[in-house]
Write a protein that binds this ligand. Structure first.
Ligand code: SF4
Length: 496
């Protein structure tokens, strides 16, 4: 490829929402620098946004890099960049193991990517740039969002805790908080662009304000979101139980557009394991928060994360987790088997639990959480819910169903009445739940069921994006066509 031709890119993302959000920024940065999105496997630049938290993250990365080595031999103009948590952690190891990589950049300097690519091309030599402190808050960088109707908004990065299984504090540093006005300005700009749902993002959203000394800052931020006209849905992830205060519950319950949904990681139900994990709450505190959330919002759905087989976890400890899970009755439980993460304190703890024991406990817990999920969903049958239409699954010709998320984030597949207008992604549909499975609900049309459609500004934004991607000129009131917009790949990202 010559320098005069437009170069194409693709970003491959591993890991959590923070990475998904950073990847939107990476795409935005590259597009601002003149790159255009290419076909997967055919692009001139491949960017890996890596994760150091999940098991086998490095094997997965080096496997992918091995495949690209062959491609690079066929096409020396192909550039490969590796960023994210694993890059921050392993820096020079990546170049030593895969010398055909062109750029390695860290979690604190994603804004450097276009310059590093250019420099690597010019100097014909790999560029490694890792900085230890955040240079630019990711949300201040241009973004190419995955969805027209829903957006992540980063309120903080980093974490001041020291959970012994977690590499995040080492890789993402101390908590840095954005100022409220900056966050609210970003949300207003997103709404002006057709976004009607935002998810406030941070490692510990409810310690937001610690940097500028305002303990009530998170609750105030939720309430301020309630004043933004046109913003229909506000979510957040993830809060820490130790820092969870009643002012947040009150703000959730009293702010019309904050959704009745709480994802709050439990990690273990055993107080001894929580202590070993260096998580400063205990199971009774956790259950107390849940009681107060349910008292304030009886219709709220609750979800959590649990690690099974943390070092030193006994059968009694595990049964404590099962007890808390049974009491909490989560709608969704994300279960993980503990595995050592190099660089974390827990990796060096004695009493690592044998793999077979972890597996057996994991399967027992899975049976419990699946049963609870089904029971909780069955309790939804007969209820009328409002669904934000996604494009997860196009309309199924056999069932005439579309999909979306209810206000409490449950996934709903709903039937569209024959002959009625097809809802667009971003529109809101009201329908009645008729069937339940552990991880989705069905709303088919019956004699007693309700169905109605509300067209939204997000649906209008989707129409505009579709028109632009089909190169259909969109005429304004004066009959002239505004500039073409980029095609958007619309999808609602799952929560972790
Ligand atoms: S709270 Fe614990 S698990 Fe969460 S990011 Fe901080 S150290 Fe990691």
């Amino acid at each position: 490829m010559t320098q005069t031709m437009t170069r194409t890119y693709e970003v491959r993302t591993f890991g959590c929402q923070m990475n998904v959000h950073d990847s939107e920024r990476l795409s935005g940065l590259l597009e601002s620098a003149g790159y255009v999105e290419g076909e997967p496997g055919e692009s001139d630049v491949v960017v890996f946004n890596t994760c150091a938290v999940r098991e086998n993250a490095d094997n997965k990365l080096y496997g992918n890099l091995g495949i690209l080595f062959e491609k690079k031999q066929e096409n020396p103009d192909l550039q490969i960049a590796v960023g994210g948590c694993l890059a921050q952690k392993d820096r020079d190891i990546i170049i030593a193991k895969a010398p055909w990589v062109d750029v390695v950049f860290g979690t604190h300097n994603i804004s450097s990517l276009p310059v590093l690519l250019e420099r690597a091309r010019h100097n014909q030599e790999a560029q490694v740039e890792i900085v230890e402190a955040l240079e630019t808050f990711p949300s201040s960088l241009p973004a190419k969002r995955d969805s027209t109707f829903s957006a992540w908004v980063s309120i903080s990065v980093g974490c001041n805790n020291t959970c012994t299984f977690c590499i995040v504090p080492t890789l993402r540093g101390k908590e840095r908080d954005r100022r409220p006005e900056e966050i609210l300005d970003e949300i207003r700009a997103l709404v002006a662009d057709g976004v009607i749902e935002i998810t406030l993002l941070g490692q510990n959203v409810n310690t937001y304000g610690v940097e500028f000394g305002d303990k009530g800052a998170f609750a105030k931020l939720l309430r301020a979101c309630g004043d933004i006209a046109g913003l229909e849905r506000v979510r957040f992830t993830s809060p820490h139980p130790a820092a969870f205060t009643d002012d947040v519950i009150e703000a959730m319950a009293e702010t019309h557009n904050v959704m009745p949904q709480l994802h709050m990681p439990l990690q273990s139900g055993s107080d001894k394991v929580l202590k070993d994990m260096r998580r400063s709450y205990r199971s009774e505190k956790y259950l107390g928060i849940i009681d107060r959330v349910r008292a304030a919002m009886p219709h709220a759905s609750l979800s959590t994360d649990i690690i099974v087989g943390f070092p030193g976890e006994t059968e009694e400890d595990f049964l404590e987790t099962v007890r808390v899970v049974e009491e909490a009755r989560f709608a969704v439980t994300y279960t993980f088997q503990y595995s050592k993460r190099p660089g974390t304190p827990a990796a060096d703890l004695p009493d690592q639990v044998p793999k077979a024991v972890v597996q057996e406990r994991y399967e027992r817990l899975l049976a419990v959480v699946n049963r609870l999920a089904l029971e909780e969903n069955q309790a939804q049958i007969g209820k009328t819910v409002e669904v934000l239409v996604a494009n997860e699954g196009r309309k199924d010709d056999r069932t005439n169903r579309l999909s979306g998320r209810a206000r409490d984030f449950r996934l709903v597949h709903f039937e569209v009445p024959a002959g009625s207008e097809t809802p667009r992604p971003g529109d809101l549909v009201t329908c009645t739940i008729t069937e339940a499975a552990p991880y989705h609900l069905i709303a088919d049309l019956t004699q007693d069921s309700q169905y109605s459609l509300r067209r939204t500004i997000a649906g209008d934004a989707w129409d505009r994006a579709e028109a632009a991607s089909c190169a259909v000129p969109e005429l304004d009131a004066h009959g002239s066509s505004p500039g073409a917009k980029v095609a958007l790949n619309l999808s609602l990202k799952p929560k972790h």
